[in-house]
Each structure stands twice: as C-alpha cells, then as structure tokens.
Write a protein that binds this ligand. Structure first.
Ligand code: CP
Length: 306
C-alpha cells in the first residue's frame, strides 16, 4: 500500500508523473467530480491549519466525497497507542491525512492504517506543499527541468520536501539558510539533492537571488512555537539573526525572480507586505494550487485517476 509521508518512498518518475497528473487535474476541474462519491477521508490535525485543511476538504467536496475533520485534542488519539486508533479509523475511511508534531507519530499512524496515509505537514516534511509548489512553477514557467529557485530562510520541513522534489524534477535549488531547525538536516534528503546535482548552498543572499527564476521563503518559527511562551526568547533571537534575510524590494533589486511563500505569511518578518502584494508575487496562485495537488494525491493513492 502506498503512503505519502515523504518523497523518499517515491521514485523520480513517480513524482514527475504525479506533478503532470496534478496539472491535468487543474486543467479539468470538473472531470473528477464524483470520483470520490460515497467515500470519506479522515483528516487528523495535531496542529493548526488553514490551507491544508481547506484544500483537502474542498477537494473531497468537489469530488463528491466527504472529509471528516478530527481535532487531536477532542479525539481519543492521545489516550492510547496511536496505531490502534489509526487502524480503527482506516476501517471507516479510504484515506487518512495527518498533521502531526512529530514524524515518528505519523509513522505510527501509517503502521496501524489499512489505507493510505498522507503527511499534512510534520516537523520534518511537508510533501503536499512541495507538490503544489512544483505545480505552480510548471504552470507558470511551462516546464520544470532546468528552472532555478532560491529558498531564503530557515532550513525546515518545507525545505526538506523541496530538496527531495526538486531533485526528482531537475529544478535547481539554492539554499540560503543561516539557521536549521532542530533535527531538520537529514542526510538521506541532502544525498538525493546532491546525487541529482540540483542542490547548492549560498551564503550571500543578494548573489543567490540574482539569477534564479523563483525566490521562496517561509516562516522563521514553526507554527506550534509561534505563540509558545517557552519559545519567545528563541523567537526574538531568530528574528534578529534572520531580519537581514527578509525578502523585500531592496533584496530583490537586481533580481527578476518571481516570489513564492507557502503561507501563512508573517509580513514584516520573512517577507515585506509590499512584496507579497507585488505583481511578481505568485503566492496566492501557489496557495490555490494546493487544491489541485491534493486532488491528484488522493486520486493517485486510491488509484482512481482513470
Ligand atoms: N502552507 C500550509 O500548509 O498552510 P496551513 O498551515 O495553513 O495548512
């Protein structure tokens, strides 16, 4: 049985095929209406979400099925072995989406499940986001192979999935990452990027953004820590260290790159409000494409793509 926990379980050609399929789904919005008729998926969230929840839920509605939202705190997952709960869940639904704080717990869910499990973002990976990112570039540039992207910010879960997916698709990824989240540097992920020859690092942001097609940034603080009083000192110190790496008009004055961000946006921190609203920003197309990417993942994992 197929899961989407990280891209490491997917070959380059399977990933290429999935991105092509997502583009097809986007171009045929009503074609898959009814593809999930009479079927449900479960969406388990241990952390907050706007896009991941909405895109999966809307995807199911459009395809004639139903998405059951399960809030971690008001479910019984916390009271028992996670794999027992996911085994039960999988006897009611066709697929499970889980947003977990720890990747190990996501793996527990997959261990118990008798249906495909999709990672809705954990501490180490965000594959669904990276699929929408690549779909966005494919639709914008008309191709992926040979396109270049610079990610400026903290090396986090989004970066890991970007390294893996760009390696599979031949997209050059330059990382300007003065900070790395705890445990986020994963040797096997780096190896995939290095082996593909798509991954490089650059210290100087102005050099790095000069000749790339896309620049991408993300929050400097993961969502579960944003309002955590115990993380406030670390948050302050991160803000000071990272402010010179803010994406704004000045930082991009010698660059023609289009601007991406996976949202939620913290305007005035990792990116300026002016740049979010600038004509070079494709951030809202990128967020919109989560819907089509999610549909493609569901249909592919359930083998309902016709
Ligand atoms: N980008 C993303 O996953 O958004 P949410 O956290 O709002 O789901």
């Amino acid at each position: 049985m197929r899961h989407l926990l990280t891209w490491s379980q997917w070959s380059d050609s399977e990933i290429q095929d999935l991105v092509d399929f997502a583009a097809h789904v986007k171009g045929h919005r009503t074609f898959y209406n009814g593809a999930m008729l009479g079927r449900s998926i479960a969406m388990l969230f241990q952390k907050t979400s706007t896009r991941t929840r909405v895109s999966f839920e809307a995807a199911l509605t459009e395809m004639g099925g139903h998405a059951i939202y399960i809030d971690w705190m008001s479910s019984n997952f916390e009271l028992t072995d996670i794999s027992f709960e996911s085994k039960y869940l999988s006897r009611n639904v066709s697929l499970i989406v889980a947003r977990m704080k720890r990747h190990e717990d996501l793996e527990q869910i997959a261990r118990g499940s008798e249906v495909p499990v999709v990672n809705g973002c954990c501490n180490l990976y965000h594959p669904c986001q990276s699929l929408a990112d690549m779909l966005t570039i494919k639709l914008d540039a008309g191709k992926l192979e040979g396109v270049s992207m610079c990610y400026v910010g903290v090396h986090n879960n989004v970066v890991n999935s970007l390294i893996e997916i760009t390696a599979a698709l031949g997209v050059h990824l330059v990382l300007v990452t003065p900070l790395t989240n705890e445990g986020a540097r994963i040797d096997s992920v780096i190896e995939r990027g290095m082996k593909a020859g798509t991954l490089t690092w650059e210290k100087d942001m102005s050099q790095a953004v000069k000749n790339v097609d896309y620049v991408y940034t993300d929050t400097w603080v993961d969502m579960e820590f944003f309002h955590d009083p115990a993380f406030q000192e670390e948050k302050e110190s991160r803000m000071k260290l990272m402010l010179p790496y803010q994406l704004n008009h000045d930082a991009l004055r010698f660059s023609k790159a289009k601007v991406m961000h996976d949202m939620p946006i913290h305007a005035g921190f990792e990116i300026s409000r002016q740049l979010v609203e600038d004509s070079r920003s494709i951030i809202f197309q990128q967020a919109e494409n989560r819907l089509d990417a999610q549909k493609a993942v569901i249909l592919r994992l359930l083998d309902r793509h016709g």
